[in-house]
Design a protein. Structure first.
Length: 316
């Protein structure tokens, strides 16, 4: 007999948060990420000038840069500056980039927060970086797609989250469809596809949105002095590998890896990103769109530098 559960409306954009793995599993360089000899660069941005369109940025790129803050060897960084209390977007907003479709993606960047940066204090926002797939168009909103992967830090804790609301079977919201059909969502609303929890599912107009998250086991962008202080530059590297689809069935073999200053702090395997309904789904779109939903408590800033997107030649 199938299981059917009730999922109540939620104010949270992304819930069902899971805690980080405590040890590396070893792969290529000992940290689970591809080493350089297999790396194919899909996109690079050093933020040295504002000729955004010449490097492939689109959807109204007007991001700001500054020479006041940058990593050693760089001349500028991208500045996300929220000018006043209540602002949800920084000056200049964000933009998108398209790249060749791939199954495996690695995002690398440096990040620094202002000394007076304050987090939301709730379990959602700010949004920062997103990956979207070939199943959606080049200007789709990230919150309601066939798959969006969010890379962000919430209350100082690194997090990777999924949404795939367009895959929800709206006629059976709250029912576990995992063993019945591949025409279902994986991030909430139609059951637990991979053993990491059902995710969250809540009404949004005439449809439902959903969300499922994985996070590190502690605060890495911290307020206190020391190696995790948010007001220092930190190097972040995230690898995402879509699960395979065999004989029409999505397999439990997707991967999320997160390195913070070269330390592996998240190592999740056996994830389902896609089902057999979308066997050809691949990552092909990057969206940098900082968004502080509750509104910032005061003027505050984040800096980003030396952003790079690559893929593993053996898995792309």
């Amino acid at each position: 007999m199938k299981r059917c559960v009730v999922i109540f409306p939620a104010a949270l954009l992304l819930a069902a948060v899971l805690h980080g793995a405590d040890r590396p599993r070893g792969d290529d360089n000992g940290k689970g990420v591809p080493n350089g000899r297999f790396e194919i660069v899909l996109f690079e941005e050093s933020f040295e000038d504002t000729y955004w369109a010449s490097r492939g940025w689109y959807d109204g790129p007007h991001m700001g840069i500054t020479a006041d803050e940058h990593v050693p060897g760089s001349g500028h960084s991208c500045v996300w500056h929220w000018k006043k209390a209540g602002d949800v977007k920084p000056e200049g907003g964000g933009a998108r980039v398209l790249f060749d479709p791939v199954d495996s993606i690695t995002l690398s960047f440096f990040m620094k927060h202002g000394h007076d940066w304050e987090w939301t204090g709730v379990d959602w926002h700010p949004h920062e970086f997103h990956f979207i797939t070939t199943e959606d168009d080049s200007l789709i909103g990230p919150a309601y797609t066939h798959l969006t992967v969010y890379v962000e830090a919430v209350n100082g804790i690194p997090r990777v989250s999924l949404q795939d609301g367009r895959n929800i079977d709206e006629s059976r919201v709250g029912c576990d469809l995992v063993k019945e059909t591949e025409f279902r969502s994986v991030a909430g609303g139609n059951g637990d596809s991979d053993g990491y929890g059902e995710g969250d599912c809540y009404p949004s107009g005439k449809v439902h949105w959903n969300g499922k998250s994985w996070k590190a086991g502690r605060k890495y962008f911290a307020d206190e002095p020391g190696p995790f202080n948010k007001n220092e530059w930190h190097h972040v590297t995230i690898t995402l590998r879509l699960n395979t689809v065999r004989e029409g069935i999505g397999q439990k073999d997707g991967v999320i890896l997160y390195l913070f200053d070269n330390e592996l702090i998240m190592d999740y395997r056996n994830i389902v990103f896609r089902t057999g309904a979308h066997p050809d789904m691949k990552f092909n779109q990057f969206l940098m769109a900082p968004y502080y939903g509750p509104g910032v408590p005061h003027e505050q800033t984040i800096w980003v530098d030396e952003l790079k997107i690559t893929t593993d030649a053996r898995r792309s």
